[in-house]
Design a binder for this molecule. Structure first.
Ligand SMILES: [Zn+2]
Length: 204
């Protein structure tokens, strides 16, 4: 579940609502199809920006999707998420070694304390067959972490953790290029979601 906050450039007020995981996925896909700028967030949310023409100057709209429990993943959380994503099936199981349950991910076992951290940050959902899948939030977090951008002090140069480096004449152009990169990344991410993931999200 996400909180959705909507702000427009011609109004000081912010309207808020909630969006379920399937609804947020539909909204992000629609935004991507319309070419809106999408920025995945490390917290498991995303920011969507677009301009709409009307009378007078075009208005800028900003929709911010924030998970009800915003994530704050450690590097160990992130590697556990990548592990769960890579193996065919992951499940919550009882353990011979620990009092609490663990996640069995292929040949690996994620200990209870780490399992608890992943569950507590809303990264996992148990499907009808008992297997675990990553939530949309977990996937947005992974995309955001793979493309963390850093600007030079005058903001004319941006480096992305994927290796991209952009140098522009001014900060506005660099901002636009960075947002364009993140939007392309988000579009690729939304396109890459398997039909199985989409079906699992919408089946909830
Ligand atoms: Zn990047």
């Amino acid at each position: 579940m996400f909180t959705e906050a909507i702000k427009s450039s011609d109004s000081a007020s912010v309207s808020t609502g909630t969006a379920s995981e399937p609804h947020a996925l539909v909204l992000l896909r629609r935004a991507s199809n319309r070419g809106y700028a999408i920025q995945p967030l490390r917290t498991g949310g995303a920011i969507v920006r677009y301009r709409r023409a009307g009378l007078g100057a075009p208005r800028l709209f900003v929709h911010t999707f924030t998970p009800i429990v915003p994530a704050d993943p450690s590097s160990l959380d992130l590697s556990n998420l990548r592990l769960i994503d890579e193996v065919k099936t992951a499940r919550f199981v009882g353990s011979d070694r620990y009092a609490a349950g663990v996640i069995e991910a292929g040949a690996y076992e994620i200990p209870p304390s780490q399992t608890e951290r992943l569950a507590g940050q809303g990264f996992l959902v148990r499907g009808q067959d008992g297997s675990l899948r990553l939530t949309l939030s977990a996937r947005l977090t992974l995309v955001a972490v793979a493309h963390e951008c850093m600007d030079s002090s005058d903001r004319t140069t941006t480096w992305c953790s994927c290796g991209l480096a952009v140098h522009c004449k001014n900060a506005e152009s660099a901002d636009a290029r960075r947002l364009g990169h993140l939007t392309a990344v988000a579009a690729d991410f939304l396109d890459s979601l398997s039909p199985a993931f989409t079906a699992a999200v919408t089946a909830v």
